[in-house]
Design a protein around this ligand. Structure first.
Ligand SMILES: Cc1cc2nc3c(=O)[nH]c(=O)nc-3n(C[C@H](O)[C@H](O)[C@H](O)COP(=O)(O)OP(=O)(O)OC[C@H]3O[C@@H](n4cnc5c(N)ncnc54)[C@H](O)[C@@H]3O)c2cc1C
Length: 329
């Protein structure tokens, strides 16, 4: 079959690899300039920042097996980090003992490896999926061409984007669109900080009790990351929601202040940039593993499906969801 996949995050790439290995012709459309989606690394002259997903964990045997394979080829390594709970500048053991993994040399590296050998079209935003006899056409927008172009026809289409972006694309399948629309996505404001000298804080990452911040981590404590003192800070969901439309500069200043309050460190950064993730984490994921209509051959996968896990919104959900959908096809 000729199959189109919308979105080149871990879900889209996992589905694409699996379907291609089964002999299908797969084309992946990605609206941004690179692959990996929310598993991303922001490049700066001071080094990279993993400003989306921080690491991933594995609870299922299937995902553990995949991680073992990724480790064998050197794509992923364990992050042996000291993680704490931090309140009022005082840290205490977090007591969370799960093994945490990171791609090297940065979060986006995994997507780049997974994309090898696939036909991935970046800077191509799919704006509509249109029925065409018993197939599908995609309406695709790129910065290079002023009007949306038509791509296809495809025998099948998989939408592997966050639920909120999937809903309008799935509209020809009204039930699927309704199901996607049920899953809201939490925002997350992120602050990237670099310092001239080490802060000498006694931890690599911390769950923070603070009205603005929920998590901070020393990006440069991750294996094979360029040396330096770079930190990533995630605002809480409530604060991010409340300040969703604020200017990035205002958010940067407020979160920088929060970082100093939370850590007690007075050192001023040499680099401070805020980034807004409008759709960071799926809230109340759908209980199934994926959506798929075998007659119309359209479906969806991603981290907004539980895919057999208790919770959603994680790399493992996206991987399991995509694999299950591809295998069922
Ligand atoms: C701040 C933050 C922290 C996180 N921390 C963790 C963590 O520590 N551990 C963990 O396991 N998970 C974490 N996550 C969640 C994790 O990143 C996601 O669960 C996972 O990356 C989702 O993968 P996906 O492929 O389903 O979606 P995405 O990675 O969002 O990929 C979807 C892709 O679709 C593209 N796209 C969207 N619309 C279109 C369109 N119309 N046309 C073409 N392309 C389109 C997007 O550009 C994107 O590249 C975090 C996420 C964020 C944002």
């Amino acid at each position: 079959m000729q199959i189109a996949i919308v979105g080149a995050g871990i879900a889209g790439l996992t589905a694409a690899r699996q379907l291609q290995s089964q002999g299908h012709h797969v084309t992946v459309y990605e609206k941004s300039g690179g692959v990996s989606g929310r598993m991303s690394t922001r490049r700066t002259e001071l080094g990279g920042f993993d400003h989306g997903a921080q690491y991933f964990t594995a609870t299922t045997e299937r995902f553990k097996k995949e991680i073992t394979d990724w480790r064998k080829v050197g794509w992923v390594v364990p992050w042996e980090s000291k993680l704490v709970s931090l309140e009022g500048g005082i840290s205490s053991p977090a007591g969370r003992t799960k093994k945490r993994y990171v791609p090297v040399p940065g979060m986006s590296a995994l997507g780049k490896q997974l994309a090898h050998g696939l036909d991935v079209r970046t800077e191509q935003q799919v704006v509509a999926i249109v029925p065409y006899e018993k197939q599908w056409l995609l309406s695709v927008k790129s910065d290079l061409v002023p009007v949306a172009a038509s791509a296809g026809p495809f025998d099948a289409v998989i939408v592997a984007t966050p639920s909120v972006q999937a809903a309008p694309l799935l509209a020809p399948q009204s039930d699927f669109a309704k199901q996607a629309a049920k899953v809201s996505m939490e925002p997350c404001w992120t602050l990237m900080l670099a310092f001239q000298t080490p802060l000498n804080l006694p931890f690599d990452g911390a769950w923070v009790t603070h009205h603005r911040l929920g998590w901070i981590s020393r990006d440069t404590s991750k294996p094979d990351h360029r040396a330096g003192e770079r930190w990533v800070c995630h605002a809480t969901e409530a604060w991010s929601q409340e300040h969703l439309e604020d200017d990035p500069e205002r958010v940067r200043d407020k979160l920088s202040k929060a970082f100093h309050e939370a850590t007690g460190s007075p050192v001023q950064p040499i680099h401070a940039v805020a980034h807004r993730w409008r759709f960071a984490k799926a809230n109340q994921p759908l209980p199934e593993a994926f959506l798929w209509d075998p007659k119309k051959r359209i479906g969806a996968c991603g981290d907004w499906f539980s895919a057999g896990l208790e919770d959603g919104g994680r790399v493992e959900n996206a991987f399991l969801s995509a694999l299950a959908l591809a295998e069922s096809i």
